[in-house]
Design a protein around this ligand. Structure first.
Ligand code: FES
Length: 126
């Protein structure tokens, strides 16, 4: 069951986007924080990285202990690398490519984000 939940999250690269799903207005987001959204059985965390003027989207599921929590994680930078730290045990992940920055923890799926007319869209491949 857990394996099924994890494997349904797959990174979508911009070239694969078939659906741009509008999720919220930019003002709905906390500064330097995230919100979670549902899309076809997926929970996706979208991050408004105000300090860097960047947006990111990852699976909301932390692969460490399988908690739906990453949208409430602390975001920051590791050098040039934007990252999110899970609030439970502080495992960290790159927001750019979802790579785990801790040994022994699976990577995250990531999704493209675009802003149009102050609305936030996430890219999905189905
Ligand atoms: S559940 Fe996320 S770090 Fe443990």
């Amino acid at each position: 069951m857990i394996k099924e939940i994890i494997t349904k999250y797959e990174t979508v690269i911009p070239e694969q986007v078939k659906v741009w799903e509008k999720v919220a207005h930019v003002n709905d987001f906390p500064l330097n924080g995230g919100l979670a959204f549902y899309y076809k059985g997926l929970q996706v965390a979208v991050f408004n990285f105000t300090r860097r003027n960047e947006w990111y989207a990852t699976q909301n599921l932390c692969p460490h202990k399988k908690q739906m929590i990453l949208s409430r994680g602390m975001i920051g930078s590791n050098g040039e690398e934007p990252k999110v730290a899970c609030p439970f045990h502080k495992k960290t992940f790159s927001l750019k490519n979802g790579k785990s920055l801790n040994d022994g923890v699976c990577d995250l799926a990531t999704y493209p984000v675009k802003i149009e007319a102050n609305e936030v869209f996430i890219g999905f491949n189905e």
